[in-house]
Design a protein around this ligand. Structure first.
Ligand code: ATP
Length: 292
């Protein structure tokens, strides 16, 4: 019999994950799965449960939570030899990865997707010795977005990231060296983003050129510019044409190395990551996700 594990974070978003467990069990039982349920209590539980399910050669893992739960689940799967199929029920406040994969944000509809036999291979990013699925940001804005509280997220959603990010952007630049494949950019920058998908912080147009399985990391450097230019660039982020702004440096790469003379933090899929220096690379089409 096929084996499925539901990794359930009861605290994500509006705290409704447990309400959907029975329906999902029924759907998967009909599809011939034996279903086990693993409820998370703390930060690394999702990683631990997922590692166990990979070692026991489960066929399907369903992440029921927000991007944090998904990020931790995927981190338990990426370096395993047996990687089960991944189902995603977006129950967080932002749910960037679900947005990027066109998985409905309406929970009942997302649950219904589990009936589908369609799957899509997606790229996974390596960030030093951990992994990411959406985006890495470097510099002061990364610090600011890590400081967005769960209360702000619940109240303002993606706007909370925008508000914190913009507050910081307007008065903070930093020296950075970005080596990508055999090229390099060096200078004062307001913001550096490395995207694997189109959506980050709930902005589905942030990096529209990034396809989930194009095997590339999409880099955007916003250099230090005047406040007026910065306002135009900020509106280009919302409109979805950041890469066309004349001061913005855009590139596609297999590998990126970031260094700085200053102490700089990073933000990885919405959570604080290692400070620079960091190395990024991509594992092309590494995980199969159930899609509609
Ligand atoms: N039972 C639990 N009670 C409280 N916190 C938990 C529990 N289980 C896991 N966590 C914490 O919840 C965090 C992940 O939350 P998650 O990102 O899924 O939801 P969210 O913050 O509401 O969503 P989003 O990231 O989309 O805004 C994990 O980092 C983990 O530390």
């Amino acid at each position: 019999m096929k084996q499925a594990m539901l990794i359930v974070n009861p605290s994500s978003g509006k705290e409704e994950a447990l309400d959907h467990v029975e329906t999902i069990k029924e759907i998967l039982t009909e599809k011939g799965y034996e279903v086990s349920v693993a409820q998370t209590e703390k930060e690394l539980d999702a990683t631990k449960y997922c590692q166990g399910a990979c070692k026991d050669e489960f066929d399907l893992i369903v992440s029921m939570g927000g991007d944090g739960t998904l990020h931790k689940t995927i981190n338990g799967m990426v370096d395993q030899t047996h990687r089960p199929l991944l189902g995603i029920i977006p129950l967080g406040t932002v749910n960037d990865f679900a947005r990027a994969l066109d998985i409905p944000l309406q929970v009942e509809e997302a649950v219904d997707v589990l009936r589908s036999d369609q799957t899509k291979a997606v790229d996974i990013g390596r960030f030093n010795d951990q992994y990411f699925v959406n985006i890495v940001a470097a510099g002061a804005v990364a610090e600011a977005t890590s400081e967005v509280t769960p209360e702000q997220k619940t109240k303002f959603g993606s706007l909370a990231y925008m508000m914190e990010g913009m507050k910081t952007l307007t008065n903070h630049s930093y020296p950075i060296r970005i080596e990508y494949d055999d090229k390099a950019w060096e200078g004062e920058s307001f913001l550096f983003l490395a995207a694997l998908t189109n959506s980050a912080g709930g902005f589905e147009n942030l990096s529209p050129e990034a396809e989930v399985n194009d095997g590339k990391i999409h880099g955007y450097v916003v250099p230090k510019v005047s406040m007026i230019r910065l306002a135009t660039i900020a509106s280009a982020i919302v409109r979805g044409n950041l890469k066309d702004e004349k001061d913005v440096q855009y590139f596609k790469a297999d590998r990126i190395r970031l260094t700085s003379k200053e102490e700089l933090v990073t933000n990885v899929d919405g959570e604080e990551g290692d400070p620079l220096p960091v190395e990024l690379s991509v594992l092309p089409s590494h995980i199969q996700v159930v899609v509609k």
